[in-house]
Design a protein around this ligand. Structure first.
Ligand SMILES: Nc1ncnc2c1ncn2[C@@H]1O[C@H](COP(=O)(O)OP(=O)(O)O)[C@@H](O)[C@H]1O
Ligand SMILES: [Mg+2]
Length: 200
């Protein structure tokens, strides 16, 4: 049974699908990885090329995920609070909540955060907010962090900056194929942070 990493934010355009495909491609260097796109209008299925270590999967029921022979399963989700989310959250090992590093963006996290907290309850599911498309000063991010900490939201150490190479990475089959070393290292650090969190 592999680790299930779910990418959740009810807001669209926050880089959920971009993080999903790139994170999956980094794990696929060393592990057998599956991507599940639970967005019915999802586009990942159309852009990700199956390869030896990276499979696009579909399931009839989320409970099947626990029985599949993958080391890592990355689950992309739609830009709304679907009724599948509580179940998905409860079977996940780690939940990434990507968001832009803005004040309004952080306020818009409230419903997602409330759903995650109530669905986790006493389960040992770890999660964290990931700042994506970052181009703001670190001072702004620090202020937003304080705000999120007041909402008792865990914040990931990794960040994903705003870079054209991420836009291209979707067509090119993942950031590892890019020559943007900064972008590559961001996603590798993100993968490492998740593995470290799950080992603790
Ligand atoms: N780090 C980034 N830098 C620049 N553009 C990005 C980045 N991440 C995503 N994008 C672009 O932003 C848009 C929304 O990203 P997407 O992954 O589709 O978001 P979501 O799945 O949350 O709706 C896409 O056009 C994508 O190429
Ligand atoms: Mg998406």
């Amino acid at each position: 049974m592999g680790m299930i990493i779910s990418i959740i934010n009810q807001k669209g355009g926050v880089a959920k699908s971009t993080v999903a495909i790139n994170l999956a491609s980094v794990f696929a260097q060393y592990s057998k990885v599956a991507i599940l796109d639970t967005d019915v209008q999802g586009s990942l299925t159309q852009v990700v090329e199956d390869n030896e270590n990276l499979h696009i999967i579909q399931v009839n029921n989320l409970t099947e995920l626990k029985t599949l022979d993958y080391q890592v399963i990355v689950v992309d989700t739609p830009p709304y609070l679907s009724n599948q989310l509580p179940q998905l959250i409860s079977i996940s090992d780690f939940i990434i909540v990507p968001t832009k590093a803005g004040v309004l963006d952080s306020l818009a996290l409230k419903a997602t955060v409330a759903l995650i907290k109530s669905s986790i309850g006493a389960l040992p599911v770890k999660w964290g907010v990931l700042f994506t498309m970052v181009n703001t000063s670190s001072k702004v991010i620090d202020e937003i962090k304080v705000f999120l900490e007041q909402m008792e939201v865990p914040i990931m150490k990794s960040i994903v900056t705003q870079r054209v190479s991420y836009v291209r990475s979707i067509i090119d089959g993942g950031i590892l194929k890019s020559n943007d070393l900064k972008a590559k290292s961001e996603i590798i650090l993100l993968a490492e942070e998740i593995v470290n969190e799950l080992e603790n």
